[in-house]
Design a protein around this ligand. Structure first.
Ligand code: 5GP
Ligand code: MN
Length: 334
C-alpha cells in the first residue's frame, strides 16, 4: 500500500489519535482498531479507541480491549478525550452515521482524518483515504498500511493477534471474501508469532449454554424457508430477548446457519432490538445484499453481507422483506 509522504511525516511525530469503529462492533472493527492502537503506540502516539456501542464478550481477550471507550456508556469522557485529539482514524466503516451521535461530535473537531475500510461507497470524510472494497477485511488493509509504512517488524504477536481476529471473523474462518493476499498475510502473522489456533478458540469456542439453546429455538421455532425464492430467514421478538436473556453479540453468526442449506441463496436475520428492528442479510454468489439493504432499508455493507435498521416494527419489517423478494426473483433463481 502506498502511504502519502505527508501522512508518513505526520506519523513520525507524536500525535493525539482517536480511533473509531462502527456501532455493534464485530471482530474486524475491534481487531483493526486495537491493532492500529498497538502499532501507533510504538511510535509514541497517544491513542484512544472509541466505539458507539459495546463489543461482544468473546473479544475481551484482545489486549487493551478493556480500555475502549463506549460512547453510549461513557459519553462525557468520550467528549473530554476527543476535545484533545488532533488525528482521527476511521476503521471498518465509511459513513459518519455509522458511529451515530459520536459522528456529529467528531464532524466539528479540527484534525487530520484517515479512513481505512473495505465497504462499498465511501462518503468523503477523510484527508487520507484507503478504501478497497476487494479487501477481505479492514484488518487486511491495516496490515498492508503497516507494511506500507515499512514497519513489518512492528507487527508483534499483540498487533498480529488483533489483525488475525478481523481476518478470521470477516472471512468466516477463510470461507469467503478470501484472496491470495489474505492467505499470505495470515501465514506472515503466524510467522510473526500469532497463535492462530488459540485466537480461533477464544473467538469461536466461547459460547454459553444459553447461546446454543437460543440457536435451537431459532432453527425450530423462528425459521421460515421460502423455496420459491431460495430464501430463508429467522426472526426474534422482544420477548425472545427476555426469555433467552440475549445480550450483545449473542445473536452473532445465527444468520450463517441458513446459508448452509444448499438451495438457499438469500438469508436474513430480523430481530427486534430495544428501540429498532435490525436486519442482517447474507447471500451466496452474485446476489448483492448490499444493494437490497440500500434500496429498501437505507442500510449497506458488502455484496454478500450487509445490514440495516428499520423503525417500522418487527411484523411490518418482515412483511416488507417478503414483499420485496419478487423483484429479485430472477437473480435468486439464477
Ligand atoms: P451485520 O449483519 O453482521 O450486522 O453486518 C454485515 C455487514 O453490513 C457489516 O459489514 C456491517 O458493517 C454492515 N452493516 C450492518 N448494518 C448496517 C447498517 O445499518 N448500515 C450500513 N451502511 N452497513 C451496515
Ligand atoms: Mn469489516
Amino acid at each position: 500500500m502506498e502511504i502519502p509522504s505527508e501522512l508518513r511525516q505526520l506519523l513520525h511525530f507524536p500525535q493525539n489519535v482517536a480511533i473509531f469503529s462502527h456501532r455493534n462492533p464485530d471482530g474486524d472493527a475491534i481487531g483493526s482498531s486495537l491493532a492500529m492502537r498497538h502499532y501507533l503506540e510504538q511510535y509514541g502516539h497517544t491513542v484512544h479507541v472509541l466505539f458507539p456501542s459495546e463489543y461482544p464478550e468473546e473479544f475481551e481477550f484482545l489486549p487493551a480491549s478493556g480500555e475502549i471507550l463506549i460512547w453510549d456508556i461513557h459519553t462525557e469522557e468520550c467528549k473530554h478525550v476527543l476535545d484533545k485529539k488532533n488525528m482521527f482514524i476511521f476503521l471498518d466503516f465509511n459513513a459518519l452515521n455509522r458511529i451515530d451521535k459520536m459522528g456529529d461530535y467528531v464532524k466539528n473537531l479540527p484534525g487530520k482524518r484517515i479512513l481505512i475500510d473495505h465497504h462499498l461507497y465511501p462518503e468523503p470524510m477523510a484527508d487520507f483515504e484507503f478504501s478497497e472494497t476487494s479487501a477481505s477485511s479492514t484488518c487486511e488493509l491495516v496490515y498492508r498500511f503497516i507494511t506500507g509504512m515499512g514497519d513489518g517488524q512492528k507487527i508483534n504477536p499483540t498487533v498480529g493477534a488483533c489483525l488475525y481476529t478481523g481476518i478470521v471473523t470477516d472471512t468466516g474462518s477463510f470461507k469467503h471474501a478470501t484472496n491470495s493476499t489474505v492467505f499470505r498475510i495470515a501465514a506472515d502473522l503466524v510467522e510473526r508469532g500469532v497463535d492462530d489456533t488459540a485466537v480461533q478458540d477464544r473467538i469461536f469456542n466461547s459460547q454459553k449454554v444459553k447461546n446454543l439453546r437460543l440457536l435451537g429455538h431459532c432453527l425450530v421455532n423462528r425459521m421460515e424457508y421460502l423455496p420459491e425464492y431460495r430464501t430463508a430467514f429467522i426472526w426474534l421478538t422482544r420477548k425472545d430477548y427476555e426469555d433467552f436473556d440475549i445480550q450483545r453479540g449473542d445473536t452473532e453468526g445465527i444468520v450463517n446457519y441458513l446459508l448452509t442449506i444448499r438451495e438457499v441463496k438469500l438469508a436474513a436475520f430480523i430481530h427486534n432490538q430495544p428501540t429498532i428492528v435490525k436486519l442482517s442479510l447474507r447471500s451466496k454468489g452474485d446476489l448483492d445484499v448490499q444493494a437490497i439493504c440500500r434500496a429498501h432499508f437505507n442500510g449497506g455493507g458488502h455484496r454478500n453481507a450487509a445490514g440495516a435498521y428499520s423503525h417500522e416494527g418487527l411484523k411490518a419489517t418482515i412483511q416488507k422483506f417478503k414483499d420485496m423478494l419478487p423483484q429479485y426473483k430472477a437473480e435468486l433463481l439464477k
